[in-house]
Design a protein around this ligand. Structure first.
Ligand code: HEC
Length: 162
């Protein structure tokens, strides 16, 4: 596989996530680097792209979460927050975020200069860039990723447990 990376620059803090899992922090710009992985397993996709914010357990306390202005949601309570319903389509939209992709150069500059915060990167375009040829693998990764998140769902909100 040819090494490809996607760098996203957004809001408040520089977070350069390097291949050696080194996180650099600096004021004003946030930078994240994502690299392609060979595995199509949901857990591997999750660890490679999501755990830095959402945490290994999905509860929203990953190492990058503290640097964000927006609270990172608990991915284990999606179903209970939606009346027991886990919608594959809605979760897929939350991950891909095609609607959030900057449409104009002004949007791009706003994001780069921190006037517009993108709390979560839009993974639709990121995965398309990281895996341009591997259309079937990309579908498989997305479907396995969503199944993995579904497998993390808890039956009861821990905050409401007596
Ligand atoms: C830079 C940190 C960051 C990364 C990386 C990240 N997320 Fe998020 N995610 C957030 C934040 C913050 C929110 C809440 C605000 C929003 O939705 O934009 C969120 C929201 C979500 C939601 C909606 C949750 C809900 O309760 O409705 C889903 C689903 C989700 N993320 C899945 C993922 C998956 C899967 C990945 C990896 C492919 C991922 N996220 C990577 C920060 C991140």
């Amino acid at each position: 596989m040819i090494p490809r990376t996607v760098v996203i620059v957004t809001g408040a803090v520089i977070l350069a996530v390097l291949s050696a899992a080194v996180v650099l922090s600096q004021a004003t710009v946030k930078r994240m680097t994502f690299r392609p992985i060979a595995s199509v397993r949901g857990v591997d996709v999750y660890k490679a792209y999501c755990a830095t914010c959402h945490g290994d357990d999905g509860k929203g306390q990953g190492p990058s979460a503290a640097g964000l202005k927006v609270k990172v949601p608990d991915l284990t309570t999606i179903a209970i927050r939606n009346g027991g319903n886990f919608s594959f389509g809605a979760v897929e939209d939350s991950i891909n975020r095609w609607k959030q992709v900057p449409q104009t150069m002004t949007d791009v500059l706003d994001i780069q200069q921190g006037r517009q915060a993108l709390p979560m990167p839009a993974f639709g375009p990121i995965f398309a860039q990281l895996y341009p040829q591997e259309v079937n693998e990309r579908r498989m990764r997305m479907s396995n990723l969503i199944s993995y998140i579904k497998s993390l769902q808890v039956a009861q909100d821990p905050a409401q447990k007596k």
